[in-house]
Design a protein. Structure first.
Length: 83
């Protein structure tokens, strides 16, 4: 499992987005699956909530995930539509 490298000059949110993107592409996070919670990702990678939110925002902008209010963030599948 990959983790962010706090010594790497690449921003932590970019590293986290790359890790999550790879998990999606590899099938570790399949379509329609729930993306781990912000608090879990914070703990897993030793980053702030803002870093997690920025990483998720990148993936949302790329159309890889969709956030459903009150339910969580999901990997986009054919039947999940998002903004």
């Amino acid at each position: 499992m990959s983790h962010v490298d706090h010594m790497n000059p690449i921003p932590l949110y970019t590293q986290l987005a790359d890790i999550l993107r790879e998990r999606i592409k590899s099938g570790e996070l399949p379509p329609r699956s729930l993306v781990p919670s912000e608090s879990y990702l914070q703990q897993e990678h030793g980053v702030s909530r803002g870093t997690v939110r920025m990483a998720i925002s990148i993936l949302r902008d790329e159309g890889l995930v969709v956030t459903i209010s009150g339910r969580g963030t999901f990997v986009k599948g054919r039947d999940l539509k998002g903004k």
